[in-house]
Design a protein around this ligand. Sequence first.
Ligand code: PHE
Length: 339
Amino acid sequence: MIEQINNLFEEIKNLTASNAEELEALRLKYLSKKGIINTLMAQFREVPAEQKREVGVRLNELKNAIQEQFNALKENLAGKEEELCDIDLTRTSYPTRLGTRHPLSIVKNEIVDIFARLGFSIADGVEVEDDWHVFSSMNFAEDHPARDMQDTFFVEAHPDIILRTHTSSVQSHVMETSKPPIRIIAPGRVYRNEAISYRAHCFFHQLEGLYIDKNVSFTDLKQVLLLFAQEMFGTGTKIRLRPSYFPFTEPSAEMDISCNICGGKGCPFCKGTGWVEILGCGMVDPNVLELCGIDSKEYTGYAFGMGIERITNLKYQVKDLRLFSENDVRFLKLFESAN
Ligand code: PHE
């Protein structure tokens, strides 16, 4: 038996296992219930008493040696398997795809930057408003057509609560809660009950401006708007003011800029006129100042309001307004480089 054990010592020195199956085969052969070690243990009972001590010690050594050898092979195999698995930890990572800023946000930020440099700060407003801030305080007569259900979204059962139809509602909040000098801009979303098409939507974005102080004149308004137009569309941009009407400004005007798409020569965008309208403006009506608690004998002011979609269209020629709210990534990705 001693000889058999010695032979086994030699045998196990050269054991190898190149995969899990081979390893398992070794386990079965040597270490399982019916394996060689157990068989030898069973035979050990027959060993004559005078040899028992020597054989017992040797058999135990063999058992430990096989177990050790088996463990070493197992460890080795686990290491190999790790190497073989196809994760390359040293490889550079896949590029992360960043989101892009929405074109309306890009343009809004640009407008805000220009006015911020002129000393305007941002005023925030709410989209669900009351009639007073949207209409009454803005000098709309009781029967003004803009209050009509055709234009305005009402909150059912609360005829006084509406979705703001313009950002001018922020004007009244600011005037009610602060003292002149006031110099704010208010960007935000507005709602009108319009059928949705490529050129109209039931919600869109505006940016309001309001400046109130002593001796503010129409000249100040014109100069600020000229500066804005040239910062936004280039130094060669011309502006023209056409008389208009808004309940909350007097006098009122609409401002056109020389069409920056055709350079003023005439194109489909400016309908061949060379000019495109970009905003409404005027001197704050004294009635509005009084309704909002500002002394109209001491103070004057100007206000203006522009559509952000319109300015964005002029910059990027987006032909269909609906693209702005559909969030199609193919459209949004076009503005990656403008971020
Ligand atoms: N609120 C007006 C509109 O929605 C724009 C405007 C703002 C006009 C401020 C004059 C002064 O069309």
